[in-house]
Design a protein around this ligand. Structure first.
Ligand SMILES: *Cc1c(COP(=O)(O)O)cnc(C)c1O
Length: 406
């Protein structure tokens, strides 16, 4: 159990790759009174968030909002489109891809896991040529869906979804494309329609800067058509009734009203800043973070610069150093939370989140906490990562967000 000698001064630094810090503006919006979810005011709120969220997914098609964590939306994507015993091709990018595969097995699907051997696959993005070759071999079209994780949160790798689409098309295969961008949405460029994704799964507590508790399915016309034939049991997750009632801004059951207030505020903030600017801000902070890790002389978990994640950076510890012990030291001394290593890389690495409500100084504080904690843990550092990150930020200056009139 957590034992505090006294109340720690200052604020906590929540630098895990989700949940990400919730801005005060969103917390305030969520504190409005809960209203009648069948009343007229609610319909206006429902229509506003349903319209706004489509802009974030870059889709003109329906986006279903569930009062559930991202895992629920994973299940929804599968049960709406597939039938008992269906073969699905899943790609092992890391721990979250592995969890999605387990969920598919539990539902009675037959997932086949594709990927590079050992930990190698956990250091690179999805290899579209492997998917293309496997689909070409499936001449009888037994595979009903291809499932990939866009931003693999366990490793810090952002795969090229457009390339996966091209691989499926090159093989001339009719499988649906299902994508998890739970931690990528509103941080990394994402285009549901343009990339021909059939179901995109996402959640609230990462790039959208909301608390956990709502999640999404963006749905293509092809996925909707598949849902008419799919026979896996579904009730709560069923798209039809939700999409029907969403036309007027309502849900068939009680939605998460206060989180929807928060979502309305988050959409105003993100669309006000502009998606391109939001993405550029994430890329710049991620590059500064990597400059720090490189200066320390430590390895980044992702070994392919083409797929570095703008959301988080995985920092690999030298042989013999327990990453969780370093994280514990950093937490206890500096009130800074970092992401743990998950699954195959447990104890080998920690993760620095730089997503959502994060600016230059938030990142610098996090890196300073890491650098001090690494020193306290006796990890030999080549040079100051903090200085390297500051150098990056001051040689790659962003347009100021605040301007004082002369
Ligand atoms: C966070 C996350 C999940 C799990 O979402 P929950 O909200 O914890 O259910 C799944 N996939 C990815 C890529 C994630 O980052």
């Amino acid at each position: 159990m957590l034992k505090l000698d006294f109340h720690p001064a200052g604020r906590h630094f929540l630098q895990i790759p989700g949940p990400s810090p919730v801005p005060d503006r969103i917390l305030r919006a969520m504190s409005y009174p809960t209203i009648d979810h069948r009343g007229p005011e609610f319909g206006a709120l429902g229509l506003k968030v349903l319209d706004g969220i489509r802009k974030i997914f870059k889709t003109a098609q329906p986006v279903v909002i569930y009062p559930a964590s991202g895992t629920g939306a994973w299940e929804a994507a599968l049960v709406n489109t597939l039938s008992q015993g269906d073969a699905v091709l899943m790609y092992e990018t890391g721990h979250f891809a592995t969890l999605w595969k387990k969920l598919a097995e539990n539902l009675g699907l037959k997932p086949e896991f594709l990927g590079l051997p050992g930990v190698e696959g956990w250091r690179r993005g999805v290899q579209p040529d492997l998917i293309e070759a496997r689909l070409r071999a499936d001449t009888g079209h037994a595979i009903k869906a291809v499932c990939v994780v866009h931003n693999e949160t366990s490793t810090g790798v952002t795969s090229d979804i457009a390339a996966v689409r091209r691989a499926i098309d090159a093989a001339g295969h009719p499988a649906l494309l299902l994508v998890d961008t739970i931690s990528g949405l509103a941080s990394a460029d994402y285009r549901h329609d343009e990339w021909g994704v059939d179901v995109t799964v996402s959640g609230s507590q990462k790039g959208l800067m909301l608390p956990p508790g709502i999640s999404f399915n963006a749905v293509s016309q092809k996925a909707l058509a598949a849902s008419k034939q799919a026979t896996l049991p579904r009730a709560f997750w069923g798209w039809d009734e939700i999409i029907e009632m969403n036309r007027q801004g309502y849900w068939p059951y009680t939605p998460n009203t206060n989180l929807l207030y928060g979502l309305a505020e988050s959409l105003d903030m993100i669309l006000g800043e502009g998606l391109d600017r939001v993405f550029a801000r994430h890329q710049r902070l991620a590059a500064a973070c990597r400059a720090a890790v490189e200066a320390w002389g430590l390895e980044i978990q992702c070994v392919d610069p083409a797929v570095y994640s703008p959301v988080l950076t995985g920092v690999v510890m030298p042989e013999g150093v327990d990453a969780d012990a370093v994280r514990k030291t950093i937490y206890e001394h500096f009130d800074l939370s970092l992401g743990t290593g998950l699954g195959k890389v447990k104890g080998r690495m920690f993760r620095i989140g730089h997503l959502g409500d994060c600016n230059d100084l938030t990142l610098m504080a996090a890196l300073a906490g890491c650098e001090m904690g690494l020193k306290l843990s006796g990890v030999g550092l080549k040079a100051s990562g903090v200085t390297a990150a500051m150098d990056y930020l001051t040689t790659h200056v962003a347009k100021p967000a605040l301007k004082v009139a002369a």
